[in-house]
Design a protein around this ligand. Structure first.
Ligand SMILES: CC(C)(COP(=O)(O)OP(=O)(O)OC[C@H]1O[C@@H](n2cnc3c(N)ncnc32)[C@H](O)[C@@H]1OP(=O)(O)O)[C@@H](O)C(=O)NCCC(=O)NCCS
Length: 156
């Protein structure tokens, strides 16, 4: 479901437990106001189990953030959430998804490969604290055809 301000306590707890170079709360607050940002949470009751965020630039989408609460990992939450984000992005016209991931982050790399991403390039010293190379990963999808438009009908 869409992330809201009310989710931010839960989101920040997961963010701080997951990343050595965590985003600030202000960073999430700012992104929530941007029309180009697509931000989702997975929840159980009122609790945040995970979240993922994407920035859209025309027909490209950059996955900015994916994280699942430590006690909810390995249950399929990350994959379901990511697939939902990709589907929504595709509905918005995205045909190319990109993301960066630390080369040592095997669980995330496997997750992204499972969602269809492939490694495009290695980025030297891309990350800080600690310094580490990153993989740039890409997923290409076919453009969504608008079967409801008159143009489509006229072409039949
Ligand atoms: C990466 C992360 C989001 C995965 O979330 P998750 O809910 O545990 O993942 P899922 O249960 O949906 O697993 C989906 C697939 O990811 C891969 N995967 C997940 N955890 C894994 C692990 N510990 N080791 C290897 N592969 C793993 C598997 O291919 C898995 O499919 P399978 O269970 O059929 O083998 C989670 O580990 C996390 O929050 N990590 C810390 C934050 C982070 O590193 N985010 C990515 C930043 S780029």
């Amino acid at each position: 479901m869409p992330m809201t301000e009310r989710d931010l306590d839960g989101v920040m707890a997961i963010e701080n437990a997951s990343f050595s170079d965590a985003w600030s709360r202000a960073g999430f607050e700012d992104s929530l106001e941007q029309p180009y940002a697509l931000m989702l949470t997975a929840k159980y009751g009122e609790n945040v189990a995970g979240y993922c965020c994407l920035y859209q630039m025309l027909d490209e989408g950059e996955i900015i953030n994916v994280a699942v609460a430590p006690d909810c990992r390995g249950l399929g939450v990350g994959l379901r959430m990511l697939e939902h984000l990709l589907a929504l992005g595709k509905d918005r016209g995205i045909i190319r998804f990109l993301l960066d991931v630390r080369v040592s982050n095997a669980p995330a790399i496997r997750l992204y490969e499972k969602a269809g991403f492939a490694i495009l390039a290695q980025q030297k010293n891309f990350y800080q604290s600690p310094v580490e190379d990153g993989w740039l990963m890409e997923l290409l999808v076919s453009p969504k055809m608008d079967t409801s438009s008159e143009t489509w009908l006229a072409g039949q």
